[in-house]
Design a protein. Structure first.
Length: 87
């Protein structure tokens, strides 16, 4: 799948058509994609960091319906993550 990238600061927003995926708190200066550039699954978009108001490196990921501004459920390898969980 190919998506379009929009970048602002230390996060990337991937436009996946029906929804957007935001990847935030990337390491300062590590974003590797340009706004509007196509990306594919597996492409590196940046490095995990602790930019923003954070105490340690972590990755913030969420999916959003851009028209309704509502969250969209996500799963990783069939598992639905729980807020603030590890692993």
């Amino acid at each position: 799948m190919t998506a379009t990238i929009a970048t602002r600061g230390n996060h990337v927003i991937v436009d996946c058509g029906d929804f957007h995926v935001e990847i935030a708190h990337l390491q300062r200066g590590s974003v590797r994609v340009a706004a509007g550039a196509p990306v594919s699954s597996g492409d590196q978009v940046g490095k995990v960091g602790n930019s923003g108001n954070t105490a340690e490196p972590h990755l913030h990921v969420h999916a959003l319906d851009p028209e309704k501004n509502d969250g969209v459920p996500m799963s990783f390898n069939g598992r639905v993550p729980a807020r603030n969980s590890l692993g």
